[in-house]
Design a binder for this molecule. Structure first.
Ligand SMILES: Cc1ncc(COP(=O)(O)O)c(C=O)c1O
Length: 406
C-alpha cells in the first residue's frame, strides 16, 4: 500500500478503509487524536455497557447469586477463550487473571521448578519483566542472564531454563521472530515466556503454529479492557498439567468449594488462577473483546502498519530519528521517536489534543490503533508535531513540569 503524501490522499485511504466502521464502537471525546492505545485503550461502548450491567444488575440485584447466575465464576475462562482466538491458541489454553507482572512470576516459577536453571530476560525488556526475572532468580538461587539483540543463538550456554521476551518491544515496537527463537529454544531445552502486551489485539498471532507454549499479556492496551484490566496467561494444553505454579490460591484448586485442607491443582489452565477474580474489571474487558469477534486480524495489522508508515515518513521529513524498524512488517503498532526535548514536545501535543506518551530518557511514543484512528488523524497529528518543532512551542516552561505518569 502506498503511503499517503497529502491530507487528501489520507482521506481517500480512509474512505476505502475496510475497518472504518469500527470507530463507532468507541466512546471517544471530541477534538482528541488518541495516539496512546498502546498504553491505555479508550473505552469501547460495549465495555461500558457490560461494566454498568455487572455493577448495577449483576452485583446490585443478583448479589452473591451472580457468581452462578451471571457466570462470574467462569469469566476468567470464558474471557480467556475470546483472547485465545486472537493469539492462535485453543479456547481452553488461556485464562484471564491478575496482572502481567504476577502472571510472569507464576509461569516463570512453575517452569523453573520443572527444570532448574538460569532465568534469562531480554536486556532492554520492559522493567517489570526484568524485575520479576531478577526476583525469581534470587528466590531460587539461580543465575540471572540478560540477553541482548535478536539472535536466538544467544540461548545456547548459561544453562538457561526460562527466557522472557516481548513479541513487540515496548519502546522500539520491533517484532520478534517467534518461530526462530522457539526453534533455538527447543535445541537448548529453554522455555520461552512471550510477553504479548504490545502485540495482542493488533498484530496477527499464531502462537501454536510458531511453536510458542507459554505467554502472558496485557488487557488494558490494544485489547481496550480499561485501566488496570486483568491480564492473560497462555499455556499449551499438552504441558499445562506438568506445571505447578507457586501462588497456590484457592481459585487454582481443583475444587475450591470443597474447602479441603490439601491443595490439589485444577486440571488445565485454571491452575494458574490464584485468588478471587476481579469481576468488574473482567466484565469490562469481556465487553471490550466483543469488538474482536469476527474481525480479520490480518487487516488490523495491515492498517496499523499503514498508519505507522505514514507517521514515520512525516517524522523523517521533520528530521526526527526513529528507534523503530522502518520496515512495516518488522514493526508493531507504535513508533518511538527520540528527541532531546521529547517530554516537552509530548506535553505540547497533549495541550493541542494529540495524546501520545513519553518513555525516559528521550522517547516520544505514539500508538496507532487501527480501530478508531484514521489516516487523516495521523496526518493532522504530524502537522501539529511539525508546527511544535518549527515554532519551538515546546519551550514553554509549563511543558517541562514532570507528571507522575508520563
Ligand atoms: C511489555 C510490558 N510488560 C508488562 C507490563 C506490565 O503489566 P502489568 O502492569 O499488568 O503488570 C507492561 C506495562 O506497560 C508492558 O508494557
Amino acid at each position: 500500500m502506498k503511503t499517503p503524501a497529502s491530507r487528501k490522499e489520507s482521506e481517500d485511504l480512509d474512505a476505502r478503509d475496510p475497518l472504518r466502521g469500527l470507530r463507532d464502537y468507541f466512546e471517544l471525546p471530541d477534538g482528541i487524536i488518541y495516539l496512546d492505545g498502546n498504553s491505555l485503550g479508550p473505552p469501547p461502548k460495549e465495555a461500558l455497557t457490560r461494566l454498568a450491567k455487572a455493577a448495577q444488575e449483576e452485583w446490585g440485584n443478583g448479589l452473591i447469586g451472580s457468581w452462578n447466575d451471571a457466570g462470574w465464576i467462569k469469566l476468567p475462562e470464558s474471557c480467556g477463550a475470546k483472547i485465545a482466538k486472537l493469539i492462535g491458541a485453543e479456547n481452553d489454553e488461556v485464562i484471564v487473571a491478575d496482572s502481567v507482572t504476577v502472571n510472569l512470576f507464576k509461569l516463570a516459577a512453575a517452569l523453573n521448578e520443572k527444570r532448574k536453571g538460569s532465568i534469562a530476560v531480554e536486556k532492554d525488556e520492559f522493567p517489570t519483566d526484568g524485575y520479576i526475572a531478577g526476583g525469581l532468580s534470587r528466590l531460587t538461587e539461580t543465575c540471572l542472564v540478560k540477553i541482548q539483540g535478536d539472535d536466538p543463538s544467544a540461548l545456547a550456554g548459561n544453562d538457561i531454563s526460562v527466557f522472557v521476551k516481548s513479541v513487540v518491544h515496548y519502546k522500539t515496537a520491533a517484532i520478534a521472530d517467534i518461530a526462530a527463537w522457539e526453534n533455538e529454544a527447543q535445541k537448548n531445552n529453554v522455555a520461552i515466556i512471550w510477553d504479548l502486551s504490545h502485540a495482542a489485539g493488533v498484530i496477527e498471532l499464531d502462537l501454536k503454529k510458531s511453536g510458542a507454549k507459554y505467554a502472558v499479556g496485557c488487557g488494558y492496551k490494544f485489547l481496550n479492557g480499561g485501566p488496570g484490566a486483568p491480564a492473560f496467561l497462555y499455556v499449551d494444553r499438552n504441558v499445562v498439567n506438568d506445571l505447578n505454579q507457586p501462588l497456590t490460591g484457592w481459585m487454582g484448586h481443583a475444587s475450591p468449594f470443597d474447602f479441603s485442607g490439601n491443595y490439589h491443582p485444577a486440571p488445565g489452565i485454571r491452575r494458574f488462577s490464584c485468588g478471587t477474580p476481579q469481576i468488574l474489571s473482567l466484565s469490562a474487558l469481556d465487553g471490550a473483546l466483543e469488538l474482536f469477534q469476527n474481525i480479520d486480524m490480518g487487516k488490523v495489522e495491515e492498517k496499523a502498519r499503514g498508519l505507522g508508515d505514514l507517521f514515520l515518513s512525516r517524522a523523517k521529513a521533520m528530521g526526527l530519528s526513529s528507534v523503530s524498524p522502518a520496515a512495516g512488517e518488522r514493526r508493531g503498532a507504535h513508533v518511538g521517536l527520540s528527541f532531546e526535548h521529547g517530554y516537552e514536545v509530548v506535553q505540547a501535543l497533549i495541550a493541542r489534543g494529540i495524546i501520545g506518551d513519553f518513555r525516559a530518557p528521550d522517547l516520544m511514543r505514539f500508538g496507532f490503533s487501527p480501530f478508531y484512528l484514521r489516516y487523516a488523524d495521523v496526518w493532522d497529528a504530524a502537522d501539529q508535531l511539525e508546527d511544535i518543532l518549527k515554532t519551538e512551542a515546546y519551550r514553554d516552561p509549563a511543558f517541562a513540569v514532570r507528571k507522575h505518569v508520563t
